[in-house]
Structure formats: C-alpha cells, structure tokens
Design a binder for this molecule. Structure first.
Ligand code: SAM
Ligand code: SF4
Length: 351
C-alpha cells in the first residue's frame, strides 16, 4: 500500500522562508502565532464514529513509521523549549490505544514542567488509567461523547460501549483531572438528544461543547446540506434551557459559550463551519508519523521524523517547524466552490 492509498499526503522537502522575520515563535505570513500543539500518537481507535473513521478502521501505520515515546518527548521539548508552544494536547486516533501513553506524559512533563498537558479521548478504558495518567502529569482531559442514548451511541460509533465512556468520565473526575470537558459532534440523528446530553453534563458537573461536523470523515459523506449548523442546535437547546451568550475571553478559543439557566454552568458551541475562526487560529499539529501540519485542511506536511532520525539537532528541527508554519494558509475555505477535502481524515490527522 502506498502513502497516498493511506490518505497520507507527500511531504514538502523545501519551503521558502526568505521573507520571514527573525523570531523564535511559530509565526505565519498572516501574523498568527501557534502556541497550541496537537500531537497525534496513533491512528488506531476502539470506536468507529461514522463522521470520522471507516468501518474497518484506518490502515495500520507500520511500526517503524510511528514516532516512538522518546521521539515524541523530544519534539515536545523542541516545541515548548524553542518555539513558544504553551499547551500540548495528545490525540489520535484514540490515544488510550497506546500502552506507553503514561510514559509519553511522564516524559513530556519532565521536559516541559510548566506546560499544560491535555488529552482528547473517547474515554474507553480511561476508567482504569485515569489515576495513573494524572500521576504521570496529565493536566486535563476532553472526552468525546455525542449522545447518552445507548442505541444512538452504538449506531454512531459502530460499537456498544456507552457504559465504558460514562465510567471513564467519572474516573477522570475522581482522579482529579481538572476541568473535564465533553465534546459532542452534531449530527442530524442525535440532534433531538442534545437536550438530554446537556442535562446529563449539568448533573455530572462537566462542561459540554458541541462541534459542527467538518468535511473530515474518511468515507467522504459530509455534505453541507446535511450538516447541523450551530443555529439549529441553539433552537433545540432553547426548548428546554434558557441560554445567555457570554463574552469570549480569548479570541483563539474556538468555543462560543452560553450560560445555561443563568449559570454558573455553561455550554459551548464550536461552529467551525458556519463561523470559521481561522483568523485567530493558534494551532500547530504533529501527526503520528512525525510530520507537521499547519492546518487540519492543508495537505502540505513537513517531515520532522526523517530529519530527527537523520541526526538533526534541536535547532535544525525548530527551523524546519518554523518554516512549515510560516507557510500556513489563511483559512480552510470549506465554502469555496473549489474546496477539496484533505487526503487525511480527522482520525489520521488528530483532532
Ligand atoms: N479518539 C479521540 C476522541 O474521539 O476524542 C481523539 C481523536 S478524535 C479525531 C478528536 C476529536 O475530533 C473528537 O472530539 C471528535 O469528535 C472530533 N471529530 C472527528 N471527526 C470529526 C468531524 N468530521 N468533524 C468535526 N469533529 C470531528
Ligand atoms: Fe475514534 Fe475519536 Fe474518530 Fe471516534 S472521533 S472514531 S473515537 S478517533
């Protein structure tokens, strides 16, 4: 199987950076600075969410192409030590599928003692690992849960594992992982259940954020006409809750937040499609194979793994990373007539 069959774009060997000002930060040509690093550590997953993965899962990344524990730690050290990255989030695929996740967290905590280390997870198996992850230095966790209706959950994820997710959420709270957040992707079939999901999150004391579905599904079935826009969700939530919009504290935070029944609880909406926040984007991404992606939707990737294994110094790696981000484009262009979804799906990039 070739890299293109697996949805992996070719990497860019040379990047023009002649007009880039001298600065250690991950600056791009539009003046944005990336401070938030997403590290995908695997393509494997215990679920098969229809808006993300194909039924059979993603093709396995050959072991030798996957970043090792030590390589991940080194790249996180470069990002936080030399490039001004201020938060690191591990994702995938499902990060809990890696048995060395605790070691990865521990290593990153050692090289970046002050930096928040977060996890995005479906929480399957978290029940048994939350305590160990917290002890290793994990700061917080975002858990994906789209519905609390068992039949809907099984249909959407193609696995009957709702109980395991709910147990994982409770274990994360018990382990003291701060600010457990629940992320839910909006789909037409789960829209009516959104009020029950919000009520469940209010009862559990976890913050819920809804995300508009993006054209990043492996099956390429996303269609603008079928997507549930934030506005429609707000109308549904309004049938049971009084919602008051709040001021956005930080423009690079993509969620718009509403107080629920006058607070203090809030619900967030990440309207990535209908209210794009590209102009405030502060993300940089590392794939499980060690390539830098400047945007979810851009197929241009810069290969750090080859450089790292070829003997590059930390400063060489940092220079490559800066070059990759300097060429970040202005926005995803989902609404453009010539929009083409990226070759990698969400699970192969790391959401
Ligand atoms: N497996 C973990 C999880 O589900 O949280 C981490 C990886 S998953 C790709 C990261 C996030 O991307 C999840 O919150 C998931 O709901 C979201 N996601 C996946 N496909 C998406 C899509 N097509 N549009 C919007 N969000 C998506
Ligand atoms: Fe797996 Fe997360 Fe994708 Fe669902 S969204 S299939 S849990 S990687």
């Amino acid at each position: 199987m070739t890299a293109m069959d697996m949805g992996m774009p070719k990497t860019r060997p040379t990047i023009a950076t002649t007009d880039r000002p001298e600065t250690p930060d991950l600056l791009d040509r539009f003046g944005r600075i990336a401070r938030d690093l997403r590290v995908s550590i695997t393509e494997k997953c215990s679920l098969r969410c229809t808006y993300c993965m194909p039924e059979e899962g993603l093709p396995a990344i050959p072991r030798e192409q996957l970043l090792t524990t030590g390589e991940i730690v080194r790249l996180v050290a470069v990002a936080t030590g030399l490039l001004g990255v201020r938060e690191v989030r591990f994702t995938g695929g499902e990060p809990l599928m890696r048995r060395d996740l605790e070691e990865i967290i521990e290593g990153c905590r050692r090289v970046a003692p002050e930096v928040p280390l977060a996890l995005t997870s479906n929480a399957i198996g978290l029940e048994h690992r939350a305590r160990g992850l917290a002890a290793a230095g994990l700061s917080r966790v975002n858990i994906s849960l789209d519905t609390i209706d068992r039949a809907h959950f099984a249909r959407l994820t193609r696995r009957d594992r709702l109980d395991s997710v709910l147990a994982g959420i409770r274990a994360a709270k018990t382990a003291g992982l701060a600010r457990v957040k629940v992320n839910a992707v909006l789909m037409p079939e789960t829209l009516d259940g959104a009020v029950d999901l919000l009520q469940w999150c209010l009862d559990e004391g976890v913050e819920l954020r809804f995300i508009e579905e993006m054209p990043l599904d492996a099956d390429h079935e996303w269609a603008r006409a079928n997507m549930v826009p934030a506005q429609r969700l707000l109308a549904v939530l309004g049938t049971r809750f009084a919602l008051t919009e709040t001021e956005r504290e930080d423009p690079s935070t993509p969620a718009e937040r509403w107080l629920v029944n006058r607070g203090p609880a809030t619900v967030g909406i990440i309207a990535s499609v209908t209210r794009s926040f590209c102009s405030d984007c502060d993300r940089t991404r590392l794939t499980a194979e060690g390539t830098v992606r400047s945007c979810l939707f851009s197929d241009h990737e810069t290969d750090l793994r080859a450089a790292l294994r070829g003997g590059a110094s930390d400063n060489d790696l940092a220079a490559l990373w800066r070059g990759a981000m300097w060429n970040k484009w202005s926005g995803h262009g989902i609404d453009a007539a010539d929009f083409v979804p990226p070759q990698r799906s969400m699970g192969a990039i790391g959401g």
